[in-house]
Design a protein around this ligand. Structure first.
Ligand SMILES: *Cc1c(COP(=O)(O)O)cnc(C)c1O
Length: 397
């Protein structure tokens, strides 16, 4: 049978026979080992001839991680994938792969805050790398920022606070015409709902800590792309900086991946219902969610996404901090915390951390007002979540 024809549910539930040899165990074993021993000189010599395809030491490849990597690459429509210890491990390795001393990066003003700090502070101070933050809602804004040192355009669409989109195919076309590489953080839409590699992006990165693992029990990341880039990253950024994924976390991730398409369908259903409810409430000023027809880039989202996640931002119709605090504390089904994409619903006010993480000009440029609230819709019954939100929202005025 041609595996390429399988749908994502089949790809994620099915395991190759080579991993099921262990007394017929239906779940591939956890390879909790650091090194691999060889029968003789010839076989270890052979392994070093081709480290990208061999198991030598778990800082490079580990069989349990490799099963998950191949599954993620398959659903993303890519040649290969490499798991990392965190989303930031994937992001920093992918960026370092494409830039060097004195190069210039163009990214969006509302990029994930630690990514912004990595580029604009860490790389700037250590490597003299410069960066332009652009509005990103038009291809023109990227074009204007490109200079002769630009080596990378780094995208995040949708962005995880403002939900702003970038025209992925338009930016890829521009980048290719100038020999510039592209990387995208595709965590919001997931490899299931946004096929970035198919749209020509060079490398796609994810925080696996969000939807891909989906149970708020692990921190991980993944780099997805073609075999040439992934082979090079494995031996350079990955092997030398060492952000390797733990085998046990890969084993947990394999369990998460079996239900990933089912969970995403439920997240999408909850996301749309809650966004529509929020939009109808008198104490909500505006809702930022690409799945709403009122979203300014709704049509662009439909053109480049196959579905929606369940991370939603909205503005309360007040900027009074005591009212905002009261709203959050009235909620009983939404836990107060960072992160998102798990089974449990969460609420967060970016004003809590962004003002501490970013310089004031970067914070204001993102367009974040104090009354901006972000929720991650979990897998609970949407009607219960709506009732909880309704009760807390009614207390705002
Ligand atoms: C959480 C997050 C990251 C970072 O991932 P970690 O696994 O926490 O390192 C990167 N990008 C986005 C959009 C995120 O939400």
């Amino acid at each position: 049978m041609d595996k390429k024809k399988f749908g994502p549910r089949t790809l994620l539930c099915h395991d190759d026979k080579e991993y099921l040899y262990n007394k017929g165990a239906i779940v591939p074993p956890l390879f909790q080992n650091s090194l691999f021993a060889f029968e003789d000189w010839g076989s270890i010599d052979q392994a070093f001839e081709n480290p990208n395809e061999s198991y030598i030491y778990s800082r490079l490849h580990n069989p349990t991680s490799r099963i998950a990597e191949k599954k993620i690459a398959a659903i993303a429509g890519a040649e290969d994938a490499k798991l990392t210890a965190s989303g930031m491990g994937a992001i920093s390795a992918a960026i370092l792969h494409f830039v060097g001393q004195g190069d210039h990066i163009v990214t969006v003003k509302d990029v994930y805050a630690p990514t912004s700090t990595f580029i604009n502070t860490f790389l700037k101070e250590k490597c003299g790398i410069t960066c332009s933050f652009v509005d990103g809602t038009t291809v023109e804004s990227f074009k204007e920022a490109i200079n002769q040192n630009t080596k990378l355009i780094y995208l995040e669409s949708p962005a995880s606070i403002t939900m702003n989109l970038q025209d992925i195919m338009g930016v890829v076309k521009l980048a290719k015409s100038k020999g510039i590489k592209t990387v995208i953080d595709n965590t919001w839409a997931t490899p299931l709902f946004q096929k970035c590699i198919g749209m020509g992006v060079d490398i796609e990165v994810h925080s696996v800590s969000k939807y891909l693992s989906g149970h708020s029990d692990l921190v991980a990341g993944v780099i997805i792309g073609n075999k040439k880039d992934l082979d090079e990253i494995l031996l350079k950024e990955h092997a030398l900086l060492g952000p390797k994924m733990a085998p046990f976390e890969s084993w947990l991730l394999l369990r998460s991946l079996r239900t990933f398409p089912l969970r995403m369908r439920a997240h999408q259903e909850g996301g749309i219902q809650l966004a529509q409810f929020l939009e109808s409430h008198k104490n909500v000023r505006k809702v930022l969610y690409p799945g709403l027809e009122s979203f300014p880039q709704y049509q662009l989202g439909k053109n480049q996404m196959l579905g929606y996640g369940s991370l939603i931002s909205f503005e309360l119709n007040t900027d009074d901090l005591s009212k905002i605090k009261n709203f959050i504390e009235k909620l009983s089904l939404f836990h107060l915390g960072v992160s998102w994409g798990g089974h449990e619903s969460l609420v967060y006010a970016p004003v809590i951390s962004y003002a501490k993480e970013l310089p004031p000009d970067r914070f204001e440029a993102m367009g974040i007002v104090p009354g901006l609230i972000r929720i991650s819709v979990g897998l609970e019954d949407p009607k219960d979540l709506i009732n909880d939100l309704n009760m807390a929202l009614n207390c705002v005025s």
